[in-house]
Design a protein around this ligand. Structure first.
Ligand SMILES: C[C@](O)(C(=O)O)[C@H](CC(=O)O)C(=O)O
Length: 511
């Protein structure tokens, strides 16, 4: 066995104790102090190696944090959209200050087996895209600075000066596996340059977008473990990366645990009703909506409350707590009311056997995370208001993220008028503190529109059309500051020249 002298052991212990103290100090900083960790600084120190390398994304994370805090104070929001292409990101920098790397878009365009966003691409797909975008941001920043420094100070005012170092918020999906995969993907994202990561509560393999059914979330305890695992890994790395806790419960119908809704009316099983609709050529979706409206869906406690007076319900509640089983609850309800309470959680089960549920998990994970995000398929203002006001009543000053989908009519029944639709982003920022708003995937329609327009023009008009409609605009940089090859700056020509010049001993900066 290797012998280690006392002074070696003492030095090791001292370094460990120093590390614990440094972590404790770090957790008191303005960026970290609101986070409530379920573990000690000692635990983190014991999970670290003997050297903690600075995390490459921390500067951007602090920048993001300050930006979002400022928005929170002012009642405004940072707007961005999903991008996977560094070329697109270099143009976004002219108008926005953050970038989103969408898992859905990455799965569609950044791997060799594209498909709908079921988060079924390899777990390191998004980290690789983040890495590519982060490096391109750093490169654009470098080549822009070199170009500026090659001009005299008095000539620099008219030169472009974009902030390319836009903090990247990355889609962490559901963590892609058990805790060890969540930990690995967090590490990969933070090391690749993600200033923010969002983690959702969907069950692996059950992220669904079809109009049918099946979007399924995991139990609250499992989701909380995912969020804890990410925070743990960020703490191990000493990373400032922001954690967005996204709950998909708004349009998920099912949960894999038994914290569930049951039918309280005498109805047929949901699956039977849907199968009958399909067999008779009717809409399964409509049959399902009608069934849900008729089934009297309630949690068991709600079902008890519905048949009790106040005293009976108090008596019932005195006998139950977290973890009380359904049979114990039934017995307590019988004792309080003198009758059996009608409740059947089998009737609403899905084709694959999942249970239907109602949730409050967003509050459970809030103390571990930096922003909360309620994912909604259709942004119904009444639901948005209810969610955010409930959260704010428990967590005043909380910051929120929100994703706007696409192809949605914004009807008045959902709380929108044309005027309110125009101001929807500002309304959410001002009313609720939704400081970061993203169009994750649908902005691709805008990109597609431009590509289609160019393709049509090129095939119809050839080089003459290109000259008039693209080159002339690009070269004059009017009305848009279109980047291209002409000035040799955006594409890095000046930077390459500067390398040659520096190697041959020339002074390349000017005052
Ligand atoms: C944010 C999202 O996870 C994504 O992959 O970009 C998707 C986007 C979308 O469906 O519009 C999601 O919200 O699940």
């Amino acid at each position: 066995m290797q012998y280690q002298a006392n002074n070696v052991l003492e030095a090791e212990q001292k370094s460990f104790d120093d590390s614990v103290r440094a972590i404790e100090e770090w957790w008191k900083t303005p960026r970290q102090q609101h986070i409530k960790r379920p573990y000690s600084a000692k635990t983190i120190a014991a999970l670290r190696g003997s050297e903690t390398l600075p995390c490459v994304s921390s500067a951007a994370a602090l920048k993001l944090w300050d930006m979002l805090r400022e928005h929170r104070a002012k009642g405004t929001a940072e707007l961005t959209f999903g991008a996977t292409d560094p070329v697109a990101v270099s143009q976004m920098a002219k108008h926005m200050r953050t970038v989103y790397v969408s898992g859905g878009l990455s799965g569609f365009s950044e791997n060799n087996y594209p498909g709908m966003d079921h988060a079924d691409y390899p777990w390191d797909t998004v980290p690789k895209v983040v890495d590519k975008i982060f490096r391109s941001e750093v490169w654009h920043d470098q080549r822009q600075r070199q170009f500026r420094m090659s001009h005299k100070l008095r000539d620099r005012t008219s030169l472009e000066n974009w902030d390319y170092l836009m903090p990247i918020v990355a889609d962490g999906d559901m963590g892609f596996g058990s805790l060890t995969t969540t930990i690995k993907s967090t590490k990969a994202l933070a090391e690749s340059g993600a200033a923010g990561i969002h983690i959702d509560d969907l069950a692996i393999g059950l992220k669904k977008f079809t109009v049918g059914q099946g979007r399924t979330v995991v139990p609250t305890s499992e989701y909380a473990d995912r969020v804890k695992a990410i925070r743990l890994q960020l703490d191990i790395m000493g990373a400032e990366t922001l954690l967005f806790a996204r709950c998909d419960t708004d349009h998920a119908d099912f949960i894999t645990s038994v914290y569930v809704l049951g039918a309280t009316k005498d109805v047929k099983p949901l699956q039977q009703v849907m199968n009958e609709a399909i067999a008779s050529g009717n809409s399964a979706l409509e049959a399902r909506t009608r069934w849900i409206a008729s089934a009297g869906l309630k949690t068991f406690d709600e079902a008890v409350q519905a048949v009790c007076n106040k005293d009976q319900f108090n008596q019932y509640q005195a006998h139950i707590s977290y973890g009380t089983s359904l049979s114990q609850r039934r017995a307590a309800a019988r004792a309080a009311t003198g009758a059996d309470v009608g409740f059947d959680w089998e009737l609403p089960r899905s084709q694959n056997g999942q249970y239907m549920f109602r949730q409050t998990r967003a509050l459970v994970v809030a103390p571990l995370s930096d922003l909360s995000w309620s994912r909604m398929d259709s942004p119904n203002y009444h639901d948005i208001k209810e969610y955010h006001e409930t959260m704010l009543s428990h967590l005043p000053g909380r910051m929120f993220a929100f994703a706007w989908g696409g192809e949605w009519p914004f009807p008045e029944s959902a709380g929108w008028t044309p005027e309110r639709r125009k101001n929807a982003s500002a309304i959410l920022a001002k009313d609720f503190g939704v400081v970061w708003q993203v169009q994750p995937m649908y902005m691709i329609q805008g990109v597609n529109m431009e590509i289609e327009r160019s393709a049509e023009m090129w095939t119809k008009e050839g080089i003459g059309g290109y000259y008039d409609k693209i080159q002339t605009v690009a070269v004059s940089r009017k009305p848009f500051k279109v980047d291209g090859y002409e000035k040799m700056s955006w594409c890095g020509g000046h930077l390459s020249d500067a390398f040659f010049a520096a190697v041959s001993g020339e002074e390349i900066s000017q005052r």
